[in-house]
Ligand binder design. Structure first.
Ligand SMILES: Nc1ncnc2c1ncn2[C@@H]1O[C@H](COP(=O)(O)OP(=O)(O)OP(=O)(O)O)[C@@H](O)[C@H]1O
Ligand SMILES: CC(=O)N[C@H]1[C@@H]2OC[C@@H](O2)[C@@H](O)[C@@H]1O[C@H](C)C(=O)O
Length: 370
């Protein structure tokens, strides 16, 4: 198959906005990746989405507020596509992750909202979406899905490497010296710390780790949190943004600074305790967590190998997830696997994703022959 240029779109668990990025690929090799951009959600939309997440388990897909949030989020994605389109000649397709509002693989449930038909109609492009359902339906975790992309980018790299994404939730990909891929969600990323900072300072995150830096870690609170069976469970495993929300209750009597320090330690300790088949020679960090200097310092202290930003590999740590969904969109078209037993626990290597093509007539030849 010839190489295609895809726009990948990701609205992550921190609910900060939409990331969009270009990737040129045949679904196996990465010819080029980037540039990308991010568009924030308004504080109002963020609050509505946060509220929706907390009641998603009991919300019907026809709920009018859910529909309204889905539309507003999709409109922001359309803006992102139009802005990115100005930076390149031809776009072939879009990989559209949507916004996860509920993730419960043990109930074969994973729910990403986003109106793929509206996105396709407004942009005139084919849209691949619903990346996680097939994996969850087959008994997999449905997440993380970035590992195939990390492995493709690492092609030719020697030794074992960990790529650590610290978003709202944190997840790791380990590519071992033989090229085998292992992965899982490690535990909380920034989401608890974001909620804590918002509660105490009204800011969307603990900017530059200012709160955590002057706080003290309360191990008497931390240890019971780390006693959760999730941390001793072998990989593959995945999380919902709200899985460890009770930690907010556990730290509620602490000062803003001590609460922040304890939540940072929770993220770091969960990463350190992640059961991996071998120790990586280096950890490369992507996602917004790498911008929190306190988190990065603590990681460097806790982990036995060097901890660096993915920028050291020449990658853009803000765009990586968006690029990934462009890459996976092309893999969907080629019916290549998006997941595998050591990544999501799916019984075999599985493809996934669905095509929505609202306004293309005639279909491009590469799409029509699928
Ligand atoms: N200067 C900063 N100081 C502290 N934290 C920061 C800073 N910049 C970004 N962050 C953190 O990064 C987060 C955003 O990270 P990112 O965009 O990777 O998350 P996401 O993609 O939404 O999450 P996920 O990967 O779980 O889907 C913010 O919510 C914040 O916690
Ligand atoms: C269900 C869901 O949306 N999971 C996200 C979330 O954010 C980080 C972590 O939890 C990861 O498992 C996943 O996203 C990335 C892009 C993934 O699938 O690799």
């Amino acid at each position: 198959m010839r190489c295609l240029t895809a726009i990948g779109l990701m609205s992550g668990t921190s609910l900060d906005g939409v990331d969009a990025a270009l990737v040129r690929t045949d679904g196996e090799k990465i010819v080029s990746h980037g540039p990308g951009l991010s568009l924030e959600y308004s504080p109002e939309l963020r609050n509505r989405a946060r509220d929706l997440l907390s009641r998603a388990a009991t919300t019907s897909p026809d709920d009018p507020e859910l529909r309204a949030i889905e539309r507003d989020i999709t409109l922001r994605h359309i803006e992102a596509v139009e802005l990115l389109r100005r930076q390149t000649d031809t776009i072939d397709l879009i990989g559209f992750h949507g916004q996860t509002i509920l993730h419960a693989p043990e109930r074969q449930l994973t729910w990403q909202i986003g109106d793929a038909a509206l996105l396709s109609r407004e942009t005139g492009l084919p849209v691949i979406h619903d990346f996680r359902s097939a994996d969850v339906a087959a008994g997999g975790e449905g997440a993380p899905l970035a590992p195939w992309y990390h492995a493709a980018l690492l092609h030719g790299h020697e030794g074992s490497v960990a790529i650590l994404n610290i978003g709202g939730v944190a997840n790791v990909t380990l590519v071992d010296a033989g090229g085998d891929i292992h992965a899982c969600d490690t535990g909380p990323g920034n989401a608890l710390l974001d909620d804590w900072a918002f509660l105490h300072t009204g800011t969307a995150c603990d900017i530059d780790g200012a709160l955590a830096r002057s706080g003290m870690v309360h191990t008497d609170i931390l240890e019971p949190l780390l006693a959760d069976p999730y941390f001793s469970r072998p990989a593959p495993k995945s999380l919902d943004r709200l899985t460890f929300h009770r930690a907010m209750n556990a730290v509620k009597t602490l000062s803003p600074e001590d609460g922040a320090a304890t939540l940072v330690a929770f993220t770091v300790e969960a990463i350190r305790r992640t059961p991996l088949p071998c120790q990586p020679a280096a950890w490369y960090v992507c996602g917004g967590g790498r911008r929190n200097p306190v988190l990065m310092e603590q990681l460097k202290y806790a982990l036995p190998a060097p901890v660096l930003s993915v920028e050291k590999l020449g990658w853009n740590g803000d765009d990586l997830e968006a690029e990934c969904f462009g890459f996976l969109a092309v893999r969907t078209l080629r019916k290549l696997p998006l997941s595998a037993p050591t990544i999501t626990g799916a019984p075999t290597a599985l493809t996934g994703g669905r095509l929505t093509c609202a306004s293309l007539s005639p279909l491009p030849e590469w799409l029509a022959v699928r």
